[in-house]
Design a protein around this ligand. Structure first.
Ligand SMILES: [Zn+2]
Length: 139
């Protein structure tokens, strides 16, 4: 089985509460529907199971592609990208003081911020507007 069933997709969507599990953008404010992403890619033997699936916006999904590791921007060491099922977002990332930028707190956090471009200009602009409307960050 490669493509998740519609019930599996629904479960992943509900578990993520409609937010991208990397950049925390909200599907209800996105122009493109989000993807059910294989955290560990199928091409590398990843399974289509709840423990290996995450909800991801199109930007994060495209930038992540089939990567599971990348070079730490600080010391160029190869580190694992953030794994939404095995790691806690808050341990690896934080918002800056006005909630427009995601800051990496750990090697995994900062490498994921860089590799998935979690502070893309469109996202930053949207966060600014949604924050002013009391819609960001999501609960
Ligand atoms: Zn995203």
């Amino acid at each position: 089985m490669t493509e998740p069933s519609s019930s599996l997709k629904q479960t992943v969507r509900e578990r993520a509460r409609g937010c991208c599990e990397y950049c925390w953008s909200q599907e209800k404010f996105a122009t493109q529907s989000f993807s059910i992403e294989h955290i560990y890619p199928l091409s590398k033997g990843g399974q289509t199971s709840l423990e290996n699936l995450a909800l991801a916006c199109q930007g994060c999904n495209n930038y992540k592609y089939n990567k599971t590791k990348s070079k730490d921007p600080v010391n160029q060491e190869l580190v694992s990208l953030y794994h939404p099922r095995q790691q806690q977002w808050q341990e690896h990332f934080a918002w800056n003081e006005d909630y427009t930028l995601i800051v990496g707190l750990t090697p995994t956090g900062r490498t994921t911020v860089t590799e998935l471009r979690l502070n893309r200009s469109g996202l930053v602009n949207l966060r600014q507007i949604l924050y002013a409307m009391g819609e960001h960050p999501p609960n």
